[in-house]
Design a binder for this molecule. Structure first.
Ligand SMILES: [Zn+2]
Length: 406
């Protein structure tokens, strides 16, 4: 471009300080401007360096702080019913065993999800999605896993797709058919066979999932069973993620790393060899402080080891009806600081660039750089650390999704 050819922009956003989160650091640009073309960032820098330009629209961000739009990389946002009744029962002294005998726990979510229509599931998930959006989320991952049969898993994935069409948010869909045992099976290997022979091939054929996930735990599936399921996913060209080492150490994280898993999630019980495996495979550690808090866990993920090996740490809500009914990613950022001792900068990286990597979309999302999608939030704060400091509250001034105020 020569000096006499003005840069053509769809929109220019100015009068803000920007924490770009490039390389997982604040990487601040003060008194910044962001130029957008076709929903992507065409120019970003200090306003006084702006070349000659012609913008169809100009917006004043009022001196606020801008960060990449938040990315919630682990949710179970779609489900029938909820478990508030069980929560209340438990606090009135009813035991877990008694609740399980009444068909409570995950079984009740499976039943309610199977019984619900797509329209009902969209309506209930919309309410939760609106909370995340209002809190600055521009990308959300949504898992299936309360259907546990071909039709009901496809129904959940279809609801996730529909939510992405109805709301200004990017939805990444994950097939979590290996979440729990469905009531009609009593043999875990037989259920894994069904997933490998019937469910995953159909999911891949229809193109309704961006990744495949499993719950590897004594109360769910063994490392060998999950490895078999991952092998099928790999052969179908679907990347994998894992719920692992949440309650015990089974080696699921290392096994998943051997499949170059996008992420290993929870991981309170991982050991140094697992951390090394993650570092070697580029697997992101997804920390879920909401579940840790709700379950009153005491074993923290080994943050110092993750730092030492340079494993990127993401933070997510794990929004689900049982163990993490969390509807604010910013609250999870606070909990990652208060419960796991992350720094506010690590916490923000965990909800932006590292969360993007956990979804395999770090080339296009998660930081504010030329060429990336123009998803960003202008916050009513005086420093980016405040995003991890406040417990709740509404701090969003402007939310820009694909270059448009939304
Ligand atoms: Zn989960």
């Amino acid at each position: 471009m020569t000096n006499d050819t003005p840069m053509k922009l769809d929109s220019l956003w100015r009068n803000a300080h920007v924490a770009t989160m490039v390389n997982g650091r604040y990487s601040v640009i003060e008194n910044a401007a962001i130029g957008v073309v076709g929903g992507c960032i065409a120019w970003i820098g200090e306003a006084h360096d702006l070349p000659a330009y012609e913008a169809q629209a100009e917006h004043d961000l009022g001196g606020g702080w801008v960060t990449p739009g938040l990315i919630d990389c682990h949710t179970h946002l779609v489900f029938g019913g909820n478990r508030a009744g069980e929560f209340e029962q438990r606090l009135n002294g009813v035991s877990y065993q008694e609740i399980a005998k009444q068909g409570g726990g995950i079984a009740s979510s499976v039943k309610a999800t199977r019984d619900a229509s797509e329209v009902e599931l969209i309506a209930s998930a919309s309410r939760r999605l609106k909370s995340l959006i209002a809190d600055g989320v521009t990308t959300v991952e949504i898992k299936s896993g309360y259907g546990l049969s071909l039709d009901s898993e496809l129904k959940m994935l279809s609801v996730a797709t529909e939510l992405g069409k109805q709301f200004p948010v990017t939805v990444k869909r994950t097939c979590l058919a290996a979440h729990a045992m469905p009531p009609e099976y009593d043999d875990k290997d037989a259920y894994i066979d069904y997933l490998c022979e019937t469910v995953l091939p159909k999911v891949a054929e229809l193109g309704v999932a961006d990744a495949v996930d499993a719950f590897c735990e004594g109360i769910a599936f063994s490392t060998e069973q999950v490895a078999r399921y991952f092998k099928t996913a790999e052969s179908l060209g679907l990347p994998v993620k894992i719920h692992a080492e949440q309650l015990s150490s089974l080696g699921g994280t290392s096994m998943a790393s051997s499949f170059k898993a996008l992420s290993a999630d929870h991981i309170e019980f991982i050991e140094e060899s697992d951390v090394k495996a993650m570092a070697d495979s580029g697997t992101v550690a997804v920390l879920l402080p909401g579940a840790f808090f709700t379950l009153k866990e005491t074993q923290r993920p080994p943050i110092a080891l993750l730092r030492q090996y340079g494993v990127p740490m993401a933070i997510a809500t794990d929004a689900n009806p049982g163990t993490s009914p969390a509807l604010s990613l910013r609250l999870m950022m606070n909990m990652a600081c208060t419960l796991f001792a992350l720094t506010p900068e690590e916490s923000l990286a965990g909800a932006t660039i590292h969360a993007a990597k956990a979804l395999g979309m770090e080339e296009s999302h998660g930081s504010l750089e030329v060429g990336k999608v123009a998803d960003f939030v202008c916050w009513d704060v005086e420093s980016p650390g405040e995003l991890s400091y406040w417990l709740g509250g509404n701090l969003v001034k402007n939310r820009i999704y694909e270059g448009k105020s939304s």
